[in-house]
Design a protein around this ligand. Structure first.
Ligand code: 4AD
Length: 466
């Protein structure tokens, strides 16, 4: 066995050299009995390989073996690199391999449950193909998710999850560079962390417990533990019965918590710099992946400003009022109003990324700090991409007696969070933070229409497998 070459690095510089590659048999095309073309794919890069009967080197049996390979099987191919006379369609690398040896390392079943070519087509391509009378099956979302290990092999899906990886990495790198400490909080907890009914309850060795709806309480307790600035990337569980394009029962939370000196604006400053840096980095380093996503699911690049726009909730509802949308002054925005406001903000300020702050206290969780000048409002904010929420954040109540009062007023059984409240009795600095939904960021940055596309193995009210 010689040295392995990656398909990605196959190019004219290797002409006449013998290479050994491993990949999947993406397509297999026999031409008569003496020849077969294979396209071998290794993680998104493809090369055409020619298996042609030759006296002494390639037997007719080997051609037959190649022609009988099943798509998506893993194969090792050894052969000489040549430069074809005409450009090769349907392969990323513009060289060909004249195959001498071929081994099947892992056989795929003869008929795959999803046709990957069909699964990779855009709506426009599908329409065109159907009009041209082509036989094809539109691969629906459920089928895709049932056979997710196949579905994620398409270029767009590979792109989506590489973008997702980049988002989490950009989040981590930025915060580490600003002196934040990465923490890991428990996911098995005694009481609900966000209130409300959307909690997965379980039995913890005879004690009632639940899956954490967020790291909220423990990230705040870490601030009481004197870490100053913390962040976490981890699973978040919500037992909500939301059958929407943007709710999952398990998602990945990107959470931040930090001491502040005076004002929750210090937290919004972090959001601002973090996300501008993240979007810049995505546009700079993920071009190929974003193109792969866009070629199946076309989208416009996100419009965002160098200094993120901040509007107060009151300003926001005024903008809505001005176009005839009435909002309860101390209520919350529904999905439709959020979308509408997103449109108005884009028209007026030219951005699809903005912060709405100073929400009515009544619509925020118990731990949110009321505004000092008007307790009907709160030191809190939401952040939107293309008119949909990706972040909620706030300054927190750090005075234990007041926290107790707020929890009780919000109908929370204070006993279940007594260790959390006690944490504030030993000196607790003013602090605030925010939580981001990773899948939502990727969905909205890429202009996708469903969060299930940006969750590798999504969990929703109807799905817990694969
Ligand atoms: O708005 P949420 O519930 O806020 C919290 O969890 C707070 N503890 C955050 C904080 O630090 N104050 O969730 C935060 C974000 C949302 O903006 C959204 O992006 C995402 O998490 N999210 C969901 N993503 C997918 N499916 C769901 N069911 C989600 N619920 C919230």
């Amino acid at each position: 066995v010689g040295e392995w070459t990656r398909v990605e690095s196959l190019g004219a510089a290797l002409e006449n050299k013998t290479v050994l590659i491993r990949g999947r048999a993406q397509t297999i095309r026999p031409v008569g009995k003496k020849m077969a073309f294979l396209v071998i794919r290794e993680h998104g890069y493809t090369v055409q390989c020619l298996v042609q009967a030759q006296p002494d080197t390639v037997s007719p049996q080997m051609v037959k073996f190649a022609a009988a390979l099943n798509r998506e099987s893993i194969v090792d191919v050894e052969g000489a690199v040549s430069i074809p006379a005409a450009p090769i369609k349907g392969a990323t690398q513009q060289v060909e391999i004249q195959v001498r040896k071929l081994y099947c390392i892992s056989r795929a079943v003869p008929t795959l449950p999803i046709n990957l070519e069909d699964a990779a087509r855009s709506e426009v391509e599908i329409e065109k193909a159907l009009q041209a009378g082509e036989q094809l099956v539109r691969v629906n979302q459920d089928t895709r998710l049932n056979f997710r290990v196949l579905d994620v092999r398409t270029p767009a899906n590979q792109g989506i999850f590489r973008v997702q990886s980049h988002v989490a990495n950009a989040f981590r790198q930025f915060l580490l560079s600003e002196g934040f400490c990465e923490i890991h909080t428990p996911k098995l907890i005694a009481g609900s962390s966000e209130g409300g009914a959307s909690v997965f309850r379980l039995d913890y060795k005879g004690q009632p417990a639940c899956l954490a709806q967020s790291p909220q309480l423990h990230k705040q307790m870490s601030i009481c533990g004197d870490f100053g600035r913390v962040f976490e990337i981890g699973p978040v569980f919500r037992a909500e019965d939301s059958y929407t394009h943007r709710h999952l029962c398990e998602f990945t939370g990107l959470d931040v918590e930090m001491e502040i000196k005076k004002h929750y604006f210090e937290v919004m400053d972090v959001v601002d710099r973090l996300f501008v840096a993240m979007f810049d980095s995505l546009n700079q380093h993920c071009k190929k992946d974003l193109e792969a996503v866009g070629s199946q699911y076309p989208f416009e690049p996100l419009k965002y400003l160098r200094n993120t726009l901040r509007l107060t909730y009151e300003e926001g509802i005024q903008m809505l009022k001005d176009v005839g949308v009435e909002i309860e002054p101390f209520g919350d925005l529904n999905t439709e109003a959020e979308r509408k406001l997103g449109q108005l903000v884009l028209e007026k300020y030219g951005t699809e990324f903005y912060i709405l702050h100073r929400y009515p206290l009544a619509v925020r969780p118990f731990y949110t700090m009321p505004c000092y000048d008007n307790p009907s409002y709160s030191n809190s904010f939401d952040v939107f991409i293309r008119g949909e929420e990706i972040i909620s954040g706030a300054q927190r109540v750090h005075v234990p007696e007041f926290l107790e009062q707020r929890a009780a007023a919000c109908g929370i059984d204070v006993k279940t969070i007594s260790t959390y409240i006690d944490s504030f009795r030993y000196g607790a600095p003013p602090h605030g933070g925010f939580g981001v939904g990773l899948e939502r960021v990727v969905m909205l940055f890429c202009g996708l229409n469903n969060i299930r596309k940006t969750s590798l193995f999504p969990r929703d009210p109807l799905r817990i497998a694969p």
